[in-house]
Ligand binder design. Sequence first.
Ligand code: MN
Length: 257
Amino acid sequence: MTEPHEPNAVALLACLDAHCHIDLYPDPKAVVARTEQAGVRTIAVTNAPSVYSHTAALLTDSQFLRPAIGLHPELVADHAGELELFCEHLGSTRYVGEVGLDFVTNDKELRQKQKMVFQTIVERCGEHGGKVLTIHSRRAASQVMEVVGKSFPGRLIFHWFSGSLREMEEAVALGFYFSVNAAMFRSKSGLALLARLPPDRVLTETDGPFVQSRNRPSEPTDTGVVVRDLARMWKMQDGSARDVILTNLRRLLREGD
Ligand code: MN
């Protein structure tokens, strides 16, 4: 059974979805309307430059949602040719994602191709300065950090981080933020990472519609559940955890360069 989208105490904690695929829901306009109504600040990531304009058009009048220009590492095999289009759109938004590396593939050539594309993206973003990147890093956290380097002039967010504790500590030292979702609270390795994350680097996300909440695809208004779970873990009031997330977001946006 699915549950409706009515507001409740947990829903009211929702304040930030730093990684959501708005364009991939069956009815994106309805999701945008509910997100806007609830005032949840949302980074609407895209997986390919060719779908960016469509997503940006959905959000033209939006107060709380921002489109991000992306090129998902798992789509690099077929969409690397869109890198030029990526660069064309880059000037029109501060937000970049979903980008990064996915080394689940053992194909050396494909890994190399992903790396070249991500390197170019990082370089172009560096030239612009102040960009906010939401980064995929499955089995490639160290390689992502290697590409980004130590003095990237912008903000870096590891989305759904699943690297080792050591890699997490390295990322913290490099200034990365981490957007965390409900699925991470449901896995043992996810919980181990969450317990070690410095609260001042934590943001919330859904990765909707890929992660489920209450038997339906998660959407930005569901990030309240993540805030509540963080509050329990941090042993603080729900409202205080929400304040931590918003403070982190404000700091991240302020320290753009
Ligand atoms: Mn994603």
